[in-house]
Design a binder for this molecule. Structure first.
Ligand code: LHQ
Length: 263
Protein backbone atom coordinates (compact mmCIF):
# COMPACT_ATOMS: atom_id res chain seq x y z
CA UNK A 1 0.00 0.00 0.00
CA UNK A 2 1.47 3.43 -0.92
CA UNK A 3 1.67 5.85 2.00
CA UNK A 4 -1.51 7.92 2.31
CA UNK A 5 -0.13 11.41 1.82
CA UNK A 6 -3.58 12.91 1.36
CA UNK A 7 -6.28 11.93 3.84
CA UNK A 8 -9.62 11.90 2.09
CA UNK A 9 -12.60 12.50 4.37
CA UNK A 10 -16.07 12.84 2.78
CA UNK A 11 -18.39 14.91 4.99
CA UNK A 12 -21.75 14.97 3.27
CA UNK A 13 -21.44 16.99 0.06
CA UNK A 14 -18.05 18.35 1.11
CA UNK A 15 -14.84 16.44 0.43
CA UNK A 16 -12.15 17.23 3.01
CA UNK A 17 -8.59 16.70 1.74
CA UNK A 18 -5.85 16.83 4.36
CA UNK A 19 -2.18 17.13 3.36
CA UNK A 20 -0.63 14.40 5.46
CA UNK A 21 3.13 14.60 6.03
CA UNK A 22 3.00 16.38 9.39
CA UNK A 23 6.55 15.30 10.37
CA UNK A 24 7.89 17.43 7.45
CA UNK A 25 5.30 20.22 7.80
CA UNK A 26 3.44 18.73 4.82
CA UNK A 27 6.31 19.59 2.48
CA UNK A 28 5.29 18.73 -1.06
CA UNK A 29 6.88 15.64 -2.62
CA UNK A 30 6.04 14.42 -6.10
CA UNK A 31 4.09 11.55 -4.49
CA UNK A 32 2.03 13.93 -2.36
CA UNK A 33 1.38 16.23 -5.31
CA UNK A 34 0.32 13.23 -7.41
CA UNK A 35 -2.07 12.02 -4.73
CA UNK A 36 -3.52 15.51 -4.29
CA UNK A 37 -4.15 15.82 -8.02
CA UNK A 38 -5.73 12.34 -8.14
CA UNK A 39 -8.02 13.26 -5.23
CA UNK A 40 -9.08 16.47 -7.02
CA UNK A 41 -9.69 14.52 -10.26
CA UNK A 42 -11.89 12.07 -8.36
CA UNK A 43 -13.78 14.90 -6.67
CA UNK A 44 -14.31 16.61 -10.04
CA UNK A 45 -15.79 13.39 -11.47
CA UNK A 46 -18.02 12.65 -8.46
CA UNK A 47 -21.47 14.24 -8.82
CA UNK A 48 -22.04 13.84 -5.06
CA UNK A 49 -19.20 16.24 -4.24
CA UNK A 50 -20.33 19.89 -4.29
CA UNK A 51 -17.37 21.52 -2.52
CA UNK A 52 -13.79 20.64 -1.60
CA UNK A 53 -11.94 21.74 1.53
CA UNK A 54 -8.14 21.50 1.73
CA UNK A 55 -6.22 21.70 5.00
CA UNK A 56 -3.00 20.38 6.54
CA UNK A 57 -2.39 17.71 9.20
CA UNK A 58 -0.40 18.80 12.24
CA UNK A 59 0.97 22.28 12.92
CA UNK A 60 1.52 23.46 9.33
CA UNK A 61 -0.53 23.85 6.19
CA UNK A 62 2.50 23.17 3.98
CA UNK A 63 6.19 24.17 3.96
CA UNK A 64 6.13 24.13 0.14
CA UNK A 65 8.28 21.98 -2.10
CA UNK A 66 10.14 19.26 -0.15
CA UNK A 67 13.68 20.54 -0.58
CA UNK A 68 15.07 17.09 0.29
CA UNK A 69 13.27 15.43 -2.63
CA UNK A 70 16.02 14.00 -4.89
CA UNK A 71 14.18 15.42 -7.91
CA UNK A 72 14.96 18.98 -6.79
CA UNK A 73 17.68 18.80 -4.12
CA UNK A 74 20.94 20.26 -5.44
CA UNK A 75 23.62 17.52 -5.42
CA UNK A 76 26.42 19.08 -7.42
CA UNK A 77 25.03 18.04 -10.80
CA UNK A 78 22.71 20.30 -12.83
CA UNK A 79 19.04 19.76 -11.88
CA UNK A 80 16.17 20.69 -14.18
CA UNK A 81 13.68 21.74 -11.52
CA UNK A 82 11.47 23.16 -14.29
CA UNK A 83 10.47 19.54 -14.88
CA UNK A 84 8.97 19.41 -11.38
CA UNK A 85 6.79 22.37 -12.28
CA UNK A 86 5.79 20.95 -15.66
CA UNK A 87 4.99 17.49 -14.31
CA UNK A 88 3.39 18.43 -11.01
CA UNK A 89 2.73 22.06 -10.14
CA UNK A 90 1.28 23.27 -13.44
CA UNK A 91 -1.25 20.40 -13.77
CA UNK A 92 -2.17 20.83 -10.09
CA UNK A 93 -2.65 24.61 -10.32
CA UNK A 94 -4.73 24.21 -13.49
CA UNK A 95 -6.82 21.42 -11.94
CA UNK A 96 -7.50 23.59 -8.92
CA UNK A 97 -8.43 26.64 -10.99
CA UNK A 98 -10.85 24.67 -13.18
CA UNK A 99 -12.56 22.53 -10.52
CA UNK A 100 -16.27 22.13 -11.30
CA UNK A 101 -17.02 22.84 -7.62
CA UNK A 102 -15.77 25.57 -5.27
CA UNK A 103 -12.59 24.86 -3.32
CA UNK A 104 -11.90 26.27 0.16
CA UNK A 105 -8.50 26.32 1.87
CA UNK A 106 -8.28 26.12 5.67
CA UNK A 107 -4.75 27.30 6.43
CA UNK A 108 -4.03 25.81 9.85
CA UNK A 109 -0.40 26.91 10.25
CA UNK A 110 2.53 28.07 8.17
CA UNK A 111 2.05 28.05 4.40
CA UNK A 112 5.40 28.60 2.65
CA UNK A 113 6.51 28.70 -0.98
CA UNK A 114 4.38 26.53 -3.23
CA UNK A 115 2.37 25.62 -0.10
CA UNK A 116 1.29 29.25 0.24
CA UNK A 117 0.39 29.57 -3.41
CA UNK A 118 -1.49 26.28 -3.36
CA UNK A 119 -3.71 27.80 -0.67
CA UNK A 120 -4.01 31.15 -2.45
CA UNK A 121 -5.13 29.35 -5.62
CA UNK A 122 -8.27 28.12 -3.85
CA UNK A 123 -11.52 30.04 -4.22
CA UNK A 124 -11.88 31.05 -0.57
CA UNK A 125 -9.01 31.04 1.91
CA UNK A 126 -9.64 30.93 5.65
CA UNK A 127 -6.71 30.96 8.03
CA UNK A 128 -6.19 30.31 11.72
CA UNK A 129 -4.95 33.27 13.77
CA UNK A 130 -1.67 31.41 14.28
CA UNK A 131 -1.18 30.72 10.57
CA UNK A 132 1.26 32.59 8.37
CA UNK A 133 2.25 32.95 4.72
CA UNK A 134 5.80 33.06 3.38
CA UNK A 135 6.84 33.64 -0.22
CA UNK A 136 10.00 31.64 0.51
CA UNK A 137 11.24 31.36 -3.08
CA UNK A 138 13.61 34.33 -3.29
CA UNK A 139 15.66 33.14 -0.31
CA UNK A 140 16.59 29.96 -2.20
CA UNK A 141 17.21 31.70 -5.52
CA UNK A 142 13.86 31.04 -7.19
CA UNK A 143 10.78 32.97 -8.34
CA UNK A 144 7.28 32.46 -6.92
CA UNK A 145 5.63 29.44 -8.55
CA UNK A 146 2.44 27.39 -8.35
CA UNK A 147 0.68 30.44 -9.79
CA UNK A 148 2.26 32.96 -7.40
CA UNK A 149 3.42 35.44 -10.04
CA UNK A 150 -0.14 35.62 -11.39
CA UNK A 151 -2.01 35.49 -8.10
CA UNK A 152 -0.01 37.86 -5.90
CA UNK A 153 -0.30 41.13 -7.88
CA UNK A 154 -3.97 40.41 -8.56
CA UNK A 155 -4.70 39.78 -4.89
CA UNK A 156 -2.69 42.55 -3.25
CA UNK A 157 -1.41 44.83 -6.04
CA UNK A 158 2.12 45.12 -7.46
CA UNK A 159 3.71 47.01 -4.57
CA UNK A 160 2.72 44.53 -1.87
CA UNK A 161 3.23 41.54 -4.18
CA UNK A 162 6.82 42.63 -4.74
CA UNK A 163 7.35 43.28 -1.04
CA UNK A 164 6.11 39.80 -0.15
CA UNK A 165 8.03 38.08 -2.94
CA UNK A 166 11.32 40.00 -2.68
CA UNK A 167 11.69 40.06 1.10
CA UNK A 168 10.12 36.66 1.74
CA UNK A 169 9.12 37.69 5.25
CA UNK A 170 6.56 35.78 7.27
CA UNK A 171 3.13 37.43 6.94
CA UNK A 172 0.76 36.80 9.84
CA UNK A 173 -2.77 35.66 9.00
CA UNK A 174 -4.31 38.92 10.31
CA UNK A 175 -2.02 40.93 8.04
CA UNK A 176 -2.84 38.64 5.10
CA UNK A 177 -6.52 39.35 5.69
CA UNK A 178 -5.90 43.09 5.98
CA UNK A 179 -4.04 43.08 2.66
CA UNK A 180 -6.83 41.18 0.92
CA UNK A 181 -4.61 38.14 0.33
CA UNK A 182 -7.10 35.81 2.06
CA UNK A 183 -10.79 35.94 2.89
CA UNK A 184 -10.97 35.50 6.65
CA UNK A 185 -9.04 34.83 9.87
CA UNK A 186 -10.63 32.81 12.67
CA UNK A 187 -9.44 31.68 16.11
CA UNK A 188 -7.18 28.61 15.84
CA UNK A 189 -9.60 26.22 17.55
CA UNK A 190 -12.46 27.27 15.28
CA UNK A 191 -10.70 27.01 11.92
CA UNK A 192 -11.89 23.64 10.71
CA UNK A 193 -15.50 24.14 11.85
CA UNK A 194 -15.61 27.61 10.29
CA UNK A 195 -14.09 26.41 7.01
CA UNK A 196 -16.39 23.38 6.95
CA UNK A 197 -19.40 25.67 7.50
CA UNK A 198 -18.29 27.83 4.56
CA UNK A 199 -17.76 24.72 2.39
CA UNK A 200 -21.20 23.35 3.30
CA UNK A 201 -22.75 26.73 2.52
CA UNK A 202 -21.08 26.70 -0.91
CA UNK A 203 -22.20 23.08 -1.43
CA UNK A 204 -25.83 24.18 -0.99
CA UNK A 205 -25.54 26.98 -3.56
CA UNK A 206 -25.92 26.62 -7.36
CA UNK A 207 -22.55 25.00 -8.16
CA UNK A 208 -22.50 25.81 -11.84
CA UNK A 209 -23.19 29.49 -11.25
CA UNK A 210 -20.43 29.62 -8.63
CA UNK A 211 -17.91 28.04 -10.98
CA UNK A 212 -18.93 30.33 -13.85
CA UNK A 213 -18.52 33.27 -11.46
CA UNK A 214 -14.92 32.21 -10.73
CA UNK A 215 -14.25 31.85 -14.44
CA UNK A 216 -15.92 35.17 -15.30
CA UNK A 217 -13.91 37.07 -12.67
CA UNK A 218 -10.63 35.52 -13.88
CA UNK A 219 -11.47 36.19 -17.54
CA UNK A 220 -12.63 39.74 -16.86
CA UNK A 221 -9.09 40.60 -15.78
CA UNK A 222 -8.06 40.18 -19.41
CA UNK A 223 -11.07 42.00 -20.90
CA UNK A 224 -12.07 45.61 -21.34
CA UNK A 225 -15.36 46.78 -19.82
CA UNK A 226 -17.45 46.34 -22.99
CA UNK A 227 -16.18 42.81 -23.50
CA UNK A 228 -16.84 41.93 -19.85
CA UNK A 229 -20.44 43.13 -20.22
CA UNK A 230 -20.86 40.93 -23.32
CA UNK A 231 -19.35 37.96 -21.45
CA UNK A 232 -21.79 38.49 -18.57
CA UNK A 233 -24.71 38.47 -21.01
CA UNK A 234 -23.52 35.23 -22.64
CA UNK A 235 -23.09 33.52 -19.27
CA UNK A 236 -26.42 34.82 -17.98
CA UNK A 237 -28.09 33.47 -21.13
CA UNK A 238 -26.61 29.99 -20.53
CA UNK A 239 -27.42 29.95 -16.83
CA UNK A 240 -30.91 31.29 -17.46
CA UNK A 241 -31.72 28.14 -19.46
CA UNK A 242 -30.42 25.88 -16.67
CA UNK A 243 -32.35 24.12 -13.91
CA UNK A 244 -30.84 26.02 -10.99
CA UNK A 245 -32.11 29.41 -12.13
CA UNK A 246 -35.67 28.07 -12.40
CA UNK A 247 -35.28 26.39 -9.02
CA UNK A 248 -33.71 29.42 -7.32
CA UNK A 249 -36.47 31.77 -8.42
CA UNK A 250 -39.24 29.22 -7.72
CA UNK A 251 -37.88 28.59 -4.22
CA UNK A 252 -37.74 32.34 -3.56
CA UNK A 253 -41.33 32.81 -4.73
CA UNK A 254 -42.55 29.78 -2.74
CA UNK A 255 -40.58 30.88 0.35
CA UNK A 256 -38.89 27.47 0.60
CA UNK A 257 -35.30 26.19 0.57
CA UNK A 258 -33.97 25.62 -2.97
CA UNK A 259 -32.69 22.23 -4.18
CA UNK A 260 -29.92 22.97 -6.65
CA UNK A 261 -28.48 20.23 -8.84
CA UNK A 262 -26.61 21.71 -11.85
CA UNK A 263 -22.87 21.08 -11.93
C1 LHQ B 1 11.19 20.70 5.38
C2 LHQ B 1 10.73 21.80 4.62
C3 LHQ B 1 10.84 21.73 3.22
C4 LHQ B 1 11.80 19.64 3.45
C5 LHQ B 1 10.42 22.25 6.67
N1 LHQ B 1 11.38 20.63 2.68
N2 LHQ B 1 11.72 19.64 4.80
C6 LHQ B 1 9.26 24.18 -6.68
C7 LHQ B 1 9.97 23.29 -7.54
C8 LHQ B 1 11.27 22.96 -7.41
C9 LHQ B 1 12.14 23.31 -6.54
C10 LHQ B 1 11.97 24.12 -5.45
O1 LHQ B 1 10.83 24.80 -5.10
C11 LHQ B 1 9.63 24.86 -5.60
C12 LHQ B 1 8.64 25.68 -4.92
C13 LHQ B 1 8.81 25.96 -3.47
O2 LHQ B 1 7.95 25.65 -2.71
S1 LHQ B 1 10.23 26.76 -2.99
C14 LHQ B 1 9.99 26.99 -1.26
C15 LHQ B 1 10.28 25.76 -0.45
N3 LHQ B 1 10.01 26.00 0.93
C16 LHQ B 1 10.84 26.67 1.74
O3 LHQ B 1 11.87 27.19 1.35
C17 LHQ B 1 10.43 26.73 3.19
C18 LHQ B 1 11.45 25.97 4.04
N4 LHQ B 1 10.99 25.85 5.41
C19 LHQ B 1 11.05 26.83 6.30
O4 LHQ B 1 11.46 27.95 6.02
C20 LHQ B 1 10.61 26.52 7.70
O5 LHQ B 1 10.64 25.13 7.88
C21 LHQ B 1 9.18 27.04 8.01
C22 LHQ B 1 9.20 28.57 8.09
C23 LHQ B 1 8.17 26.57 6.96
C24 LHQ B 1 8.73 26.47 9.38
O6 LHQ B 1 9.73 26.78 10.33
P1 LHQ B 1 9.72 26.05 11.75
O7 LHQ B 1 8.34 26.13 12.32
O8 LHQ B 1 10.82 26.65 12.55
O9 LHQ B 1 9.99 24.48 11.47
P2 LHQ B 1 11.38 23.79 11.06
O10 LHQ B 1 12.13 24.65 10.13
O11 LHQ B 1 12.07 23.34 12.30
O12 LHQ B 1 10.84 22.52 10.22
C25 LHQ B 1 10.35 21.30 10.87
C26 LHQ B 1 10.82 20.14 10.05
O13 LHQ B 1 10.28 20.20 8.75
C27 LHQ B 1 12.35 20.15 9.90
O14 LHQ B 1 12.78 18.82 9.87
P3 LHQ B 1 13.52 18.17 11.15
O15 LHQ B 1 13.86 16.79 10.74
O16 LHQ B 1 14.70 19.05 11.45
O17 LHQ B 1 12.49 18.23 12.25
C28 LHQ B 1 12.52 20.77 8.54
O18 LHQ B 1 13.73 20.40 7.91
C29 LHQ B 1 11.33 20.19 7.77
N5 LHQ B 1 10.98 21.04 6.66
N6 LHQ B 1 10.25 22.73 5.47
N7 LHQ B 1 10.37 22.72 2.42
Amino acid sequence: MPEQLIQIEPQGQVLLLRLNRPQALNALTSDLLGQLRAALEAAAADEQVRAVLITGAGRAFSAGQDLADPLVAPDGSPKDIGLMLEHHYIPLALRLRSMPVPVVAAVNGVAAGAGANLALGCDLVLAAEGASFIQAFGKIGLVPDCGGTWLLPRLVGRAKALELALLGDKLKAVDAERLGLISRVVPDAELLDAAMAVAHKLAGLPTRALVETRRALDEALKLDFDAALQREAALQRQLGFAHDYQEGVAAFMDKRAPRFKDR
